[in-house]
Write a protein that binds this ligand. Structure first.
Ligand code: NAD
Ligand code: UDX
Length: 469
């Protein structure tokens, strides 16, 4: 097998950036160049004061140590492709917005462009690694494109190496992954390419955690893992609705269920609904695949995970309206948290966006505070979520506040949409004093001590609890 000396990563986003920064850190003998067409993103990765384009705990330390040593960020895609022995394709694969499969299938335009670029400029053989989450058999399309467009005599071995990191914990996930999955063709050449990539990870990942499988199993495993994780959340959220209707407590139910060692305690936190760029996209992708394979029952089964998630978000905003005496028109609602989960500035598919859209359609005034999400991003997301309303109109109904206390001033209700730890430590008495009465808290993340808040005077509704407010 080839010993990898130079790696190119195409796509400097949430996956390509942290993943290949960690590879550079752990493999000082490999030169890693992360490239992107987006110049401002690359400039941010290269910024002298390390104001990186994504917020991820621990990431700055990794980049500080490796950048300029054996880690480089560049917009010169062609040069990095030419020099590399191994290329990660880590570009975005969003859900298609139009055309065949719109709303379900993955848009493979970026993967194809990156692949065509590799074919056009490569002057030596390469190992090409799918890092992006892709529909099954994408590796085959990549090979066809590479073989049809490259210079004669070059070999391209395609591997699938899906990424399992979660945002907010990306660096610790990458430092000690549960597993690294590598899929390859089971031919001598495919297995050799696989060995080359194993040697890269073996610099820090114990060998028994590096799983090798066939290409198609690897591609499907990534979709399967995300679908099954999301399914757990939809299951617990479905049960949270039963708890609210009956007086059971979803925390107690989740604890009791999760103590079964066959099930385990993780990923059983009821919430306002899952967000993030992956779960919904990858399930819809699986639904599309199942339909294409003429398996409608399988498609319907997975689709229900997304339907339940939509229901959970809708149900929560309805609870807010119902509790506030069936109208929030002209009322001030404070939304704490805009990111799709804590410890990230990422807002893709954040449940907060859906809740705020619902509140605005009831003609409420909404004040938002998030510790990481930038103002421009909030306006961008709201404009996209409410396309029929001009942004000037949205801005009349929405305020962005610099902290939680300011955000809550003169409001009727505080809604917790993201589980940021700092929301637990807020001076809730001070918040109460500035709010209109009765003052309500809607805890969509089960992070607050409801009894302590009630002592202060708040009326509190927590997801998954049927108790009196
Ligand atoms: P992202 O949008 O943050 O980053 C993708 C980057 O690729 C962008 O900066 C874009 O400019 C660049 N790009 C697109 N086409 C290009 C081209 N032809 N040449 C050079 N650069 C190009 O996306 P992401 O969140 O990093 O996700 C990337 C992939 O990884 C997706 O397939 C996603 O499903 C998968 N994934 C994401 C996560 C996650 O937590 N975000 C986790 C696991 C897997
Ligand atoms: C997910 C997968 O976890 C990761 O393995 C994959 O590589 C990418 O997709 P990510 O979307 O970054 O990662 O975060 P994750 O921690 O999975 O949370 C996703 C959403 O589910 C968030 O909105 C989170 O708040 C929500 N969630 C998670 C719950 O509502 N309850 C839970 O118990 C866990």
């Amino acid at each position: 097998p080839v010993t990898v000396k130079k790696i190119c990563c195409i796509g400097a986003g949430y996956v390509g950036g942290p993943t290949c920064a960690v590879i550079a850190l752990k493999c000082p003998n490999i030169i890693v160049t992360i490239v992107d067409l987006n110049k401002s993103r690359i400039d941010a990765w290269n910024s002298p004061d390390f104001s990186l384009p994504i917020y991820e705990p621990g990431l700055v330390d990794v980049v500080k140590e490796a950048r300029g040593r054996n880690l480089f960020f560049s917009t010169d895609v062609d040069k990095a492709i030419k020099e590399a022995d191994l290329i990660f394709v880590s570009v975005n694969t969003p859900t298609k917005k139009s055309g065949v499969g719109a709303g379900f299938a993955a848009d493979l335009n970026y993967v194809e462009s990156a692949t065509r670029r590799i074919a056009a400029v490569a002057t030596s053989s390469k190992i090409v690694v799918e890092k992006s989450t892709v529909p099954m058999r994408t590796a085959e399309s990549m090979r066809t494109i590479l073989e049809a467009n490259s210079k004669p005599g070059l070999r391209f071995d395609i591997l699938s190496n899906p990424e399992f990191l979660a945002e907010g914990t990306a660096i610790s996930d990458l430092f000690s992954p549960d597993r690294v999955l590598i899929g390859s063709l089971q031919t001598p050449e495919g297995l050799d390419a696989c060995r080359s990539l194993i040697e890269v990870y073996a610099n820090w990942v114990p060998k028994e955690r590096i799983l090798t499988v066939g290409l198609w199993s690897s591609e499907l495993s990534k979709l399967a893992a995300n679908a099954m994780l999301a399914q757990r959340i939809s299951s617990i959220n479905a049960l949270s609705a039963i708890c609210e209707a009956t007086g059971a407590n979803i925390d107690e139910v989740a604890h009791a269920v999760g103590r079964d060692s066959r099930m385990g305690p993780k990923f059983l936190r009821a919430s306002v609904g899952f967000g993030g760029s992956c779960f919904q996209k990858d399930i819809l992708n699986l639904v599309y695949l199942s339909e294409s394979l003429h398996l409608p029952e399988v498609a319907a089964y997975w689709r229900q995970v997304v339907i339940m998630n939509e229901y959970q978000k809708r149900r929560f905003s309805k609870t807010v309206v119902d509790t506030l005496f069936n109208t929030i028109t002209n009322k001030n609602i404070t939304v704490l948290g805009f990111a799709f989960k804590a410890d990230t500035g990422d807002t893709r598919e954040s449940a907060a966006i859906t809740l705020i859209r619902d509140f605005l359609s009831e003609r409420a005034h909404v004040t938002i505070y998030d510790p990481q999400v930038e103002e421009a991003q909030i306006w961008y997301d709201l404009a996209e979520a409410i396309p029929d309303t001009p942004i000037e109109q949205i801005k009349k109904q929405v305020t962005i506040a610099p902290n939680a206390l300011d955000a809550a001033k003169n409001s009727e209700a505080v809604v917790i949409a993201t589980e940021w730890k700092e929301f637990i430590d807020i001076d809730w008495k001070a918040v109460y004093d500035t709010m209109n009465k009765p003052a309500f808290v809607f805890d969509g993340r089960m992070i607050l001590n409801a009894d302590a808040l009630r002592q202060i005077g708040f009326k509190v509704k927590t997801i998954g609890r049927g108790e009196k407010i």
